[in-house]
Design a protein around this ligand. Structure first.
Ligand code: PGA
Length: 239
């Protein structure tokens, strides 16, 4: 596997003054980092962040997209719009979208397809809840979500997968290296050798080195710790 991908998901955080975090990150990055660096800000900040990140290695992405290109979908953002604003990636199927907006894997697959058609790389998120893990169903659930969420025509280079156990997101609880290893191995067997598989869920500068060294972990999807340049850079250095 090639370079790791360290992706920040700002979620519904960030105002115009947050541009300073990107500028500060840009100053820290030398260009000789061992990984690709991506920030997915709220759509309102995408264009100004694209401007702030110009001439740096920082890539930008959206956090969700509609499957249609345009039209009567009040409040939604299309893949084409994200591309136009400077994105090269888009997160689809994050567990918060699946929970808050009742997104099904079938909807996620349509979003991933739209992303690909508009030359964005979708980061397709999957992950089990605590109840599913405790019932011994984590592997089955995750593999089923992958089957439903990854369009059948996709090749390995068309997408990135993010395994994010729901109970580890924003909770400070991290899956153990052993659990991450088991899950990522199962995902690897399903998707083949060339798909980038990220881990997400309470990744911080303090635990990033251990998580990123687990076999078949090709990077991280980072929420809380991506908001401040110092923390995010601390994770980038571990890659
Ligand atoms: P967290 O979020 O790092 O704050 O746990 C990760 C994610 O939801 O992508």
């Amino acid at each position: 596997m090639g370079r790791k991908l360290i992706a920040g998901n700002w979620k519904m955080n960030g105002l115009s003054h947050s541009l300073s975090e990107v500028k500060s990150l840009k100053e820290k990055l030398t260009g000789s980092e061992n990984c690709d660096v991506l920030i997915c800000p709220p759509a309102t900040l995408l264009a100004s962040l694209a401007d702030a990140a110009k001439d740096s290695v920082v890539l930008l992405g959206g956090q969700d997209c509609h499957w249609e290109t345009k039209g009567a979908h009040t409040g939604d953002v299309s893949a084409q719009m994200l591309k136009d604003a400077g994105a090269s990636f888009v997160i689809v199927g994050h567990s918060e979208r699946r929970a808050d907006h009742d997104e099904t894997s079938q909807m996620v697959a349509r979003k991933a397809q739209a992303a690909q058609e508009h030359h964005l790389t979708p980061i397709i998120c999957v992950g089990e809840t605590l109840a599913e893990r405790e019932a011994g169903k984590a592997l089955d659930i995750v593999l089923m979500q992958i089957s439903g969420s990854v369009p059948e025509n996709f090749q390995a280079q068309d997408y990135v997968l993010a395994y994010e156990p729901v109970w580890a997101i924003g909770t400070g609880k991290v899956a153990s290296p052993e659990d991450i290893k088991t899950m990522h191995r199962a995902i690897r067997e399903k998707v083949g050798p060339d798909v980038r598989i990220l881990y997400g869920g309470s990744m911080k500068p303090q635990n990033a080195a251990e998580i990123l060294s687990v076999e078949n972990v090709d990077g991280g999807l980072i929420g809380g710790a991506s908001l401040l340049a110092d923390d995010f850079y601390g994770i980038i250095k571990c890659a």
